[in-house]
Write a protein that binds this ligand. Structure first.
Ligand SMILES: NC(=O)CCC(=O)C(=O)O
Length: 279
């Protein structure tokens, strides 16, 4: 893998109620992505269970000893690739979280991020959802390295919060990854726009990985997407089960950062973005 980039695969898998089937499907889509040259693969939010407050407790696992962690670790190791393991419900100390894990080519877990901003919205005649009925929010920004490139994690609704993305940029990230399942009310207007905004504001690549659109329960918008640091959409899925690929070149981050040097021009004497966690 070159220091400047890699071939990424975003796997928009179809998710049903059978955990074993979901894992098997994700695993065989990872096999396919590897066969097509992917060095980094990423899965969707809630790729092992239906997305819904009534399902989180039933499908929750401890990490890293549950069956989902095991599958992710083995897939990464067997194929010698990075696996950004979407999300699945995590149980820890009688609390539940919506959690993303990342696995390196040796099959070791190198990052674990708990969704920070819970998806609680109420749009009359649109969608009402309250993750906080069951989930707790995470408190930590989490980064990991892929061949010297720093990547930061967020989950779905987290992408609406520009401060989180800005803090990741200030921590040196060139890539932000958001497993996410937007809905059919907000998805058409906000999904692509938010990712382009986070990418352009912070001059980073953005990966967002959705489940495929099912027919029952929570209907996901789909349209998994790779956006480059200029804000350009370089790959986008439709709504069915699909893998999209992108050859990312982090030299593009350096280029846009030197040509449009907004991070040196910030008026932090007037405003600032401060991380209150770990200084
Ligand atoms: N899973 C989520 O966090 C959904 C977020 C979403 O649909 C939104 O509009 O925001």
């Amino acid at each position: 893998m070159s220091q400047n980039g890699f071939r990424a695969a975003l796997i928009q898998s179809l998710v049903g109620t059978d955990r074993a089937k979901n894992l098997k499907n994700a695993s065989s889509l990872i096999d396919k992505a590897k066969a097509n040259g992917a060095q980094v693969v990423a899965l969707p939010e809630c790729f092992n269970s239906p997305y819904g407050t009534k399902f989180f407790a039933e499908y929750a696992e401890t990490i890293p000893d549950g069956p989902t962690s095991k599958m992710l670790s083995e897939a990464a190791k067997n194929h010698s690739i990075y696996v950004i393991g979407g999300t699945f419900p995590e149980k820890d100390n009688n609390k539940f979280y919506n959690t993303c894990t990342v696995w390196n080519p040796q099959g070791e877990m190198v990052a674990k991020f708990r969704k920070m901003h819970l998806f609680d919205i109420d749009i009359p005649n649109g969608i009402t959802f309250k993750e906080s009925d069951i989930l707790s929010g995470g408190d930590d920004l989490v980064t990991f390295q892929i061949n010297g490139v720093t990547a930061g994690l967020g989950i779905c609704y987290d992408m609406r919060f520009e401060e989180l993305a800005k803090l990741y940029r200030l921590k040196g990230c060139k890539l932000l990854v958001y497993p996410g399942a937007f809905n059919m009310t907000t998805g058409p207007l906000h999904w692509e726009l938010l990712q382009r905004a986070r990418a352009l504001d912070n001059q980073v690549y953005v990966f967002a990985i959705s489940p495929a659109r099912g027919e029952k329960g929570y209907i996901a918008w789909g349209h998994s997407q790779v956006t480059d640091p200029w804000g350009k959409v370089v790959a986008q899925a439709q709504h069915g089960e699909e893998i999209i690929y992108a050859d990312v070149d982090f030299g593009e981050c350096d280029k846009v950062r030197s040509q449009i040097p907004i991070f040196h021009q910030r008026r932090s004497d007037i405003y600032d973005t401060v991380c209150k966690i770990n200084g």
